[in-house]
Design a protein around this ligand. Sequence first.
Ligand code: SF4
Ligand code: SF4
Ligand code: FES
Length: 487
Amino acid sequence: MSKIKLVINGKEVTANKGENILEVAQRNSIYIPRYCYHPALPIAGNCRICLVEIEKNPKLQIACATEVTDGMVIYAESEKVKKARQDVLEFLLINHPLDCPICDQVGECYLQEYYMNYGLRKSRINYEDKLKKTKRVDLGKIILDNERCILCTRCIRFLQEITKTNELFINSRGDNSFIDIKPNTTVNNNYSLNIVDICPVGALTSKDFRFKKRVYFLKTINSICLHCATGCKIKVQFDEAENKIYRILPDPNIYTNTWICDFGRFSYYETNNSAKYKLFNKEIEKNDVFLKYARFFSELIDSKMKICIILSNYLSLEDNISLYYLGTKLLETNYITFFKINERKIIDSILINSDSSPNSYGVEKIAERYKLKEFKNYDFDIVIGFEKEIKTLKIPPDKSVVISYKELDEYSNVIAIPTYFENEGSFINWQGYLRETKISVKGVDKIDLYSFIKKVMSLSSIYIEDKEKLKDSIKRDFIFKTEETNN
Ligand code: SF4
Ligand code: SF4
Ligand code: FES
């Protein structure tokens, strides 16, 4: 692609033909404000906050929709530009209801931020003269407030271009325009909450998160969604003191996902609800639990029962390798097996994968490494595995040792482990990227499967490497794709 040279704010930069000014500036660390522009949506050019001055051009131009040309000289911070931004902000705020104190967007609102950075002008309209529009419109999982809306159309373009469901549209004309929903519809597609994320103001709020917590009280950890094999990158937001997750947001990246689906977004409920499931009942009983399992496993060995261990497509590489160690080093069984998933593919042209397990690719890599065979339904005396596989295979409770996030009343042998958000682990997504989950909240009275098996085996004087060392060897020995962390 042919390169061109131009100057922005006195800095000489290079660009590709066809790029717009806003993107070239951004790549060169020059920030131009934007409302309607979104890198993953078609350009609308309607908010005008991105106006810049271009030498030899009598009028200001919008940076998001003006292509760079060779030799262009752009001023993104001139007096003319600053004045224009102030005017645009005053215009966008003319009918704003000024209900920031009760708005959920506080802390991440681009009206507030740009007003402080570029506006700071007293409005010339009386509060009583402001237009009244519809508030608290129920869109399904979302509430719309038309008085806060700046008509940037990001939501409409998302529903047109990404989900192609077209639930929303602009109704009426001029300053009476407002976002409306088609009759007898809700915004109920599988990606609906993304419009809340991309709404730059507080016009769209999530029912799930509304009025629950101010965003500046939340901590954020970058992790991955493990609700299907796509393995989207996500941000987990939680209150540290309460040890509770409040919301999941996408962590946009060029490798896998700009958005997330609503199933992944709500997957944190499993963790918040799992707090009552414990492996240890009281601190004092911890060692008794390890001893109980050490005894249980040694009785299994003595009984000469036919033991099968099924690796799980739902568990991390570390947890699966610990199951492999349990089988080979302690129980000495020949039946260590796995479920092969024959097809992993995106089924909706957006993100959702036909494979609902997060690590089937990784388990295949373990199987290759340790030469394991696919599961065959022999007559085993006892089967050790994760809840999903045990239930899918309908293994009777009296023949099962079940690993689970939750207490399962019908099974007497349950090893309760931390959920995805309470544990660290490596997973390989359907594309072959190795990624790690991070601990957002603490699993109370639980211990991760790797550490549990390591401890139980040590009581029989069998020692396996520390989890950290195992992680290093996974990175060294497994074949996977890598990605830059800053994208
Ligand atoms: S609701 Fe939000 S995203 Fe949609 S047009 Fe209004 S401001 Fe833009
Ligand atoms: S597509 Fe899959 S990995 Fe991505 S957010 Fe949805 S469930 Fe999670
Ligand atoms: S961001 Fe350029 S016109 Fe809206």
